[in-house]
Design a protein around this ligand. Structure first.
Ligand code: CO
Length: 652
């Protein structure tokens, strides 16, 4: 095969002669695309209108599952993630499905035990998964061993990822240099990988580095090379082209409506770029246009409000400056905003590389991006001049113990010692494959959830997401009422919402009137965004018709500060009374969800004892007793959402 990309006279015909070495394409629209642009809120019903057309394009594979979909679907969309696989398989019959698997982290945020990992892969294969794209956030391939053995046993395609990260502005330096990546690729091929993916989650791979990297890897491995490069920094279309010139076999793209910003480069311009060359994709542009039209008319109106429109630019040059993945940046900004500390973003940028270095210069990808990001914010908000790492998250402790695997460079010994003080598994870190110290989990999970998990798929969901998974199973089996906030909306409701938005912008929304009618069962909650302000608006249609009244009667605009939090659930929670009992109050230091209380009312604790586990930005934080005393005034329960400053309990 020649390295040169050569062009013959253009031929737009769909039946144009095939290229010598066509670039293969994997489409990411219905997984990474909506995960990157629309907070993974894409619903299965909105994938069906394009599914058969997508199957006809000729993709190498379509990414349909994995990453954050599993979490988001059951938590925010009231959808069974397993069902999505089976449903899409009915429409997409020719093209293989691909999923993103976080190795031993599966589709969650920590390393799970081997029995759960084996069961997960087995059930994913059984439900229709064909290509397992596996990555480990630390590039520690010992974390691949269990899932890969099962992928192979199921006869499926194992694609091994190398997470691409940097410590310098460009490829090189002491840690992440060409030799590092060559060594990683060799070990993946030795493990039996069917293909290798260069996973550039932050869009850091510069075009000329891509050329050098692909060339170097092509020299040492024989299996196909696949490039996954986010657009975030703006380099990825150029990076694609240089990688193609260097001989990359497969490239990831999105359909145009799902492309750019923190997502991926669009497919259509690439198809045109390669048209008539020896690397022509062979795709029919008219088919792609038809998919675009369906998406624009039938699907995008439901999601466009989720786009971050606070910025005009499609490119985030902060990524070039700070080397953080796009999702991580928006998480950091959200987290700071929720805590009314957005002015601290500059300090966060300064602290971030320090924390990353302290924690072993790890790549920044889920879950390590959250681990480093949340700890950085904690340091900026809670540290004092004479004490660093004042509030260490549970996940940082796990990382220091070795539960995520081996870091690129050793963790700072002082930070490690502080993190492991009183750590339940022991204060001495491990060096073995992390899952070796994990007890089997499935039986324990089964004992906890009982018959609410009707089959293995339910049980696997619960085992990875005990709090939200249980909530979902209760909705699924009619044990509790499904809240409006997780229900789908129709195009008609989108129109209603847009009208409301216009009224809000024009200042026509009325304040509360004297005689407030009772809310009916037809009441719906809308999230209304006005510039950067966010309102939670309840609309109750009057009379028989479903038309929104000209002057909505029950509209009470209420600015809320946390767009990500389910606001309607918060409204149902009784506002906590300020210290209504004698004692010291334990306040929520940040908005989040209660995982559990470690004590009951009446229990005696001493200052510093862990009292509540609070999940914020997907990280678990252990909140400790501010004084000695007896616990009282517990106002929340497992799964409840709390705001910053809510009284979690009183100790007196
Ligand atoms: Co990605």
């Amino acid at each position: 095969m020649s390295d040169q990309v050569t062009a013959t006279p253009l031929d737009y015909a769909a039946d144009r002669p095939g290229a010598v070495n066509p670039v293969k394409i994997m489409d990411l629209s219905i997984r990474d695309g909506h995960q990157s642009l629309f907070a993974t809120r894409g619903r299965t019903e909105d994938m069906i209108p394009i599914a058969e057309m997508m199957d006809d394009v000729g993709f190498w594979a379509i990414e349909t599952w994995g990453g954050a979909t599993f979490d988001t679907m059951h938590r925010f969309l009231n959808e069974d993630p397993w069902e999505r696989l089976r449903t899409l398989k009915r429409y997409i019959k020719k093209t293989p499905f691909s999923m993103l698997l976080r190795a031993q982290n599966l589709v969650g945020y920590r390393n799970y035990a081997d029995d759960l990992a084996l069961a997960f892969v087995d059930r994913a294969a059984e439900n229709g998964m064909d290509v397992f794209r596996v990555f480990d956030a630390l590039n520690d391939y010992r974390n691949f061993e269990t899932v890969v053995s099962q992928i192979k046993k199921c006869g499926k395609h194992f694609q091994g990822c190398i997470c691409y990260t940097l410590t310098e502005p460009r490829l090189g330096g002491e840690v992440y240099n060409l030799e590092y990546y060559v060594a990683r690729a060799k070990s993946l091929e030795t493990m039996g990988a069917d293909s290798i993916c260069i996973k550039d989650m932050a869009g850091l791979l510069a075009p000329y580095d891509a050329y050098a990297l692909v060339k170097a890897l092509k020299d040492v491995v024989t299996i196909p090379l696949h490039l996954h490069s986010h657009f975030t920094s703006g380099m990825s279309p150029m990076t694609h082209l240089k990688a193609i010139e260097a001989g990359i076999d497969i490239v990831d793209t999105c359909m145009t409506p799902y492309a750019y910003r923190t997502s991926h480069a669009a497919l259509e311009p690439l198809v045109m770029t390669l048209l008539g060359t020896n690397r022509d994709t062979g795709f029919d542009i008219t088919k792609l246009a038809a998919i675009n039209e369906t998406l624009e008319k039938e699907v995008m109106p439901k999601y466009k409000h989720l786009l971050d429109e606070s910025k005009v630019s499609l490119i985030d040059i902060n990524v070039l400056l700070h080397q953080t993945p796009g999702g991580m940046l928006s998480n950091l900004v959200n987290q700071l905003r929720e805590m009314d500390a957005l002015d601290k973003i500059g300090e966060v940028y300064k602290e971030l590389p320090r924390v990353r270095r302290d924690l072993g210069q790890i790549p920044l990808v889920t879950p390590t991006s959250q681990i480093v990001g949340v700890q950085t914010v904690n340091n900026v908000l809670h540290d004092t001049p004479d004490e660093r790492y004042k509030m260490i998250t549970g996940q940082v402790k796990d990382l220091c113990y070795g539960l995520y695997g081996k870091t690129a460079i050793p963790i700072d010994p002082e930070v490690q010692k502080k993190a492991l003080k009183g750590y339940p598994r022991g204060e001495e870190p491990i060096t073995c494959r992390p899952a070796e110290v994990l007890e089997p989990e499935l039986e324990k999970a089964k004992a906890e959830i009982g018959d609410l998990a009707a089959d293995m798929d339910d049980l696997i969901l619960y085992a990875q997401f005990p709090v939200t998974g249980k909530k979902f199973l209760e909705w699924k089996y009619g044990k509790s009422v499904v809240p409006d906030s997780v229900k789908p909306i129709t195009l008609e409701q989108v129109k209603e919402r847009d009208e409301l938005l216009k009224k809000a912008k024009d200042g026509e929304l009325l304040e509360r009137k004297g005689d407030e009618p009772e809310k009916s069962a037809a009441l719906r909650t809308f999230n209304v965004f006005v510039d950067n302000e966010y309102f939670n608006v309840e609309v109750d249609p009057t009379g028989e018709s479903r038309v929104v009244p000209a002057a909505p009667v029950a509209v009470v605009p209420r600015p809320v500060s946390a767009p990500a939090a389910p606001v309607s659930a918060r409204a149902a929670v009784e506002p906590p009374a300020a210290a209504d009992a004698d004692g010291t109050v334990l306040l929520a230091p940040m908005p989040g969800m209660i995982i559990k209380y470690l004590n009951n009312e009446g229990d005696t604790v001493i200052k510093g004892d862990p009292v509540v586990i609070l999940e914020a930005m997907k990280m678990e934080n252990s909140l400790t007793a501010p004084s000695d005393g007896v616990i009282k005034g517990i106002k929340f329960g497992s799964g409840d959402t709390v705001a910053k400053g809510d009284v979690l309990c009183v100790i007196g």
